[in-house]
Design a binder for this molecule. Structure first.
Ligand code: M6P
Ligand code: ZN
Length: 192
């Protein structure tokens, strides 16, 4: 494949809202996109029936999805819960397991859940100014544990691709639950 040349460009990222200009794509994921991923499926179906709210959106400046390019995007996850489980991204491995990623926290508070195919798991607290490093081969999901939107900038290799199927099949090993004492990370097997 011959890569289309990309000229240098500058993007403006609003450090509060995460809004990126000029973006060339905008992806919205609604509650229904989390089907099969949450502990409380009936709570999710109530949310879907009640208007299927946007849980998060991704603004991106597209570049060719090839080695050497860097994809830059911002994600804004709304505050909220499905049952007791905080709003979160679907999460994915990169189809190219040699591709890592960095997240720079802009606004709000959250956790990045990570796991690899050897069964290792990690969680990273993400807040304004925090840079979360996702090594190659680690699935990653971001959870908004705050009371307002969580926004962050992501940069990852052009050829990375998104593999959703592998992690949908196994699920993430941990859930992040809202309790009276604050956010708690629980093993998935513990249910709600
Ligand atoms: C970050 C990046 C994107 C990803 C987005 C939403 O911005 O990791 O590549 O698309 O979060 O996450 P997901 O693709 O898991 O829905
Ligand atoms: Zn990624």
């Amino acid at each position: 494949m011959i890569a289309i040349p990309v000229l240098p460009f500058i993007l403006t990222v609003d450090l509060e809202s995460g809004w990126m200009e000029p973006h060339t794509s905008r992806l919205e994921r609604r509650a229904s996109a989390l089907r099969g991923q949450v502990a409380d499926a009936p709570a999710l179906e109530r949310l879907v029936a009640d208007g299927d709210p946007v849980v998060y959106e991704v603004l991106q400046r597209d570049v060719p999805e090839v080695t050497g390019q860097l994809i830059c995007c911002t994600t804004v996850i709304q505050a909220g819960t499905v049952g007791a489980e905080y709003f979160m991204t679907k999460g994915h491995y990169h189809a190219d397991r040699t591709a890592g990623e960095v997240y720079l926290g802009l606004r709000g508070r959250g956790l990045v859940l990570l796991q690899n195919e050897d069964g290792d798991t990690e969680e990273l607290a993400l807040g304004r100014g925090g840079l979360a490093y996702v090594p190659p081969g680690w699935a990653h999901r971001t959870v908004n544990t705050g009371e307002g939107p969580l926004s962050f900038l992501a940069v990852y290799p052009g050829q990375a691709g998104h593999d959703y199927a592998t992690i949908e099949h196994t699920g993430f090993a941990h859930r992040v639950i809202s309790t009276s004492g604050g956010p708690v990370v629980r093993p998935k097997e513990a249910g709600r």
